[in-house]
Design a protein around this ligand. Structure first.
Ligand SMILES: CC(C)(COP(=O)(O)OP(=O)(O)OC[C@H]1O[C@@H](n2cnc3c(N)ncnc32)[C@H](O)[C@@H]1OP(=O)(O)O)[C@@H](O)C(=O)NCCC(=O)NCCS
Length: 154
């Protein structure tokens, strides 16, 4: 499955993925113009990766961003980039998420980062995917049921 770096023209798709990534059980997705959503978007297109179907249409995306308050900082106070990921509902469970995680990890290492962090709701089944991909629990995350996880990059 092809994965490519984000481009400026992917902005609308990334917003749709950000909406999916902020889903909380049983609640409607936030609107595309939600200010909280805007805080979690990639700072530039090249901090994102997109997975494509056979026709070249995007089916999922992952990116990193820095959102205040920072989720994880290094012992010397440097911000650790925070990952966001989502895959279109019809394309889940086929390895797209894992492929995006690995591609973003490589990209973050290329940008000189040595860790990636993420926030996940404790009941989100994505926790298993993150653990398999090498993320470990690093402490409390955002909100009452958020968990912070980190992965040290090669
Ligand atoms: C989490 C997500 C990106 C995983 O993408 P994916 O392409 O299904 O992932 P993969 O096929 O590589 O791996 C499947 C694993 O993802 C996890 N998973 C999480 N939600 C899932 C779902 N709805 N369907 C299938 N797998 C899901 C499981 O751990 C699963 O492995 P398991 O079946 O062994 O438990 C995708 O389910 C998604 O977009 N979910 C909604 C948005 C979201 O929760 N984002 C994360 C916010 S922290």
């Amino acid at each position: 499955m092809p994965v490519r770096t984000g481009e400026p023209s992917d902005a609308a798709f990334i917003v749709e993925m950000a909406r999916l990534a902020s889903a909380i059980e049983g609640r409607p997705l936030p609107p595309a113009d939600d200010p909280l959503l805007a805080q979690g978007l990639p700072p530039s297109p090249d901090t994102s990766v997109l997975a494509l179907d056979h026709d070249g249409h995007p089916i999922g995306a992952a990116w990193w961003h820095f959102r205040e308050p920072l989720l994880v900082v290094t012992p010397d106070g440097a911000p650790v980039p925070e990952l966001v990921i989502a895959v279109m509902p019809a394309d889940r469970g086929r390895g797209v998420g894992r492929r995006l995680l690995d591609a973003l990890t490589a990209r973050a290492a290329h940008h000189g980062y040595d860790q990636l962090a993420l926030n996940v709701h404790i009941r989100n089944p994505a926790v298993r995917l993150y653990s398999r991909a090498g993320f470990v629990v690093a402490g409390k995350g955002r909100g009452p049921l958020g968990v912070a996880m980190v992965r040290h990059l090669p």
